[in-house]
Design a protein around this ligand. Structure first.
Ligand code: UD1
Ligand code: UDP
Length: 396
């Protein structure tokens, strides 16, 4: 009897497709929550997911907090490849991932976005003929000085299934020569490209609903009933350039001066390290002495949603945060020269300012007075993860 039960289980298991999902950086962990949830709730008889964490992000508040609060299963593997140069980090990830892929023999490797973990997984899988499923494909900034631009272009061209969040992303892939015709079975030489909406929109809707009424972070920061601006800074073009970093902080302090608003800045560890190493001591003291500039550790996702929903304005260089600003109908100053999420700028909800101090101040003052119009459906209907699971089952 026990033997029969075991062989039945093995057969059932063999009929399932095994996907190996690779995550590493904070936004990928958050995005993975949507797919893991869809598999658990709707596709557990067709898909089994093995989670691999590269360890690119490793602090408790950059990684573990998301597994705990978003209900993501603990990773089956953790490569512990954090910090280091692009080459060292990516090479160590490729090597570790190849071993795991050979051992697990998945039907597909799922990757998110454009980080070093993304490109490492694409290379490791595609070279040993395991189909790559790229979620958040097709996005472009048209700035190859960004490591992310190189990562996403290469990852797209190694993928068998490409899931594109926006129409702009579809147009980019068309220009790069992708055949948009949908085939019964996709291959690396004849991939299927789908417009499916944004998987982060799935999460923002789902967790904002769960989060209703949760405002602990506002009490903690003594911001209950006080208007404030939320800011995040972590892009290397801002953090690794002393002039850019100084201009951004000067702009934030002048915005405080002119509006008397508080600015909350949950600081990415890269930024903390760079503030200490490249800003002058006198300027650093000026920043920390500013009573209205609330510097705090990276927030959990539920606190972050609360901070976004209650902010008057968001000032950020993050891809995810500029989009969430739009989801929650908040105007946004983008601390970059280009964006992959061009729709938010075209809608008039956000302005690109780079690290130009005057532009940042002018945009912030203008947008604080502007009632923006949003149409979040340009990012789909909040069911991107379900669509992706269906296509993984049917197309591979
Ligand atoms: C990475 C991604 C970027 C993404 C961002 C999300 C690449 C090339 N960049 O940038 O696209 O927007 O993640 O947040 O993949 N550090 C810690 N603890 C951590 C993580 C990082 O101290 O848990 C510090 C280390 O000093 C590390 C530095 O931050 O060297 C940079 O981390 P890294 O993962 O290389 O790049 P990010 O700037 O986080
Ligand atoms: N985020 C978070 N806590 C923070 C800052 C960001 O939970 O302190 C979330 C944010 O809501 C978004 C994601 O992290 O979902 C964006 O990640 P990040 O800004 O690190 O990277 P990017 O999106 O620019 O690649």
């Amino acid at each position: 009897m026990a033997i029969l039960a075991t062989s039945f289980k093995a057969n059932a298991c063999m009929s399932k497709k095994k996907i190996l999902t690779v995550i590493g950086a904070r936004p990928q962990i958050i995005k993975a929550a949507a797919l893991s949830r869809a598999i658990e709730q709707h596709f557990s008889s067709e898909l089994v997911e093995i989670l691999v964490h590269t360890g690119q992000h490793y602090d408790q508040n950059m990684s573990e907090v998301f597994f705990t609060e978003l209900g993501i299963p603990q990773p089956h593997y953790n490569l512990a490849v954090g910090s280091g140069t692009h080459g060292h980090m990516t090479a160590a990830m490729i090597s570790g991932l190849e071993d795991i892929i050979l051992e697990e023999k998945p039907n597909a490797v799922v990757i998110y976005g454009d980080t070093n973990s993304t490109i490492a997984a694409a290379i490791a899988a595609a070279k040993i003929h395991v189909p790559v499923v790229h979620i958040e494909a097709g996005l472009r900034s048209f700035n190859k000085a960004m490591p992310e631009e190189l990562n996403r272009i290469a990852a797209d061209h190694m993928s068998t299934l490409l899931f594109v969040p926006t129409h702009a992303g579809m147009a980019n892939l068309l220009k790069e020569g992708f055949d948009m015709e949908i085939k019964n079975k996709a291959t690396i030489d004849a991939p299927n490209v789908y417009h499916c909406g944004d998987i982060m929109y799935d999460n923002s809707l789902y967790f904002a609903n769960l989060n209703k009424g949760r405002k602990g972070i506002l009490s903690q920061l003594e911001l209950n009933n006080k208007p404030y601006i939320l800011s995040t800074i972590h892009r290397d073009s801002n953090t690794d350039n002393p002039t850019a970093l100084e201009h951004i902080f000067e702009a934030l302090m002048q915005i405080i001066e002119q509006t008397k608003l508080h600015i909350v800045l949950p600081i990415h560890p890269r930024t903390t390290a760079k503030m200490k190493s490249i800003l002058s001591l006198a300027f650093l003291e000026k920043i920390t002495a500013n009573q209205h500039l609330i510097l705090c550790p990276p927030a959990g996702f539920l606190d972050m949603i609360c901070l976004e929903q209650n902010a008057s304005l968001i000032i950020t260089d993050s891809g995810g945060v500029q989009k969430e600003a739009y989801f929650f109908e908040k105007p946004c100053v983008i601390l970059r020269e280009q964006t992959e999420w061009i729709e938010v700028v075209e809608a008039g909800a956000a302005q690109l300012c780079g690290s130009d101090k005057d532009k940042i101040i002018d945009a912030a003052l203008r947008l604080l007075k502007t009632q923006i119009q949003t149409n979040p459906t340009i990012f789909g209907d909040g069911n991107a993860a379900l669509f992706i699971c269906e296509k993984i089952i049917s197309d591979l």
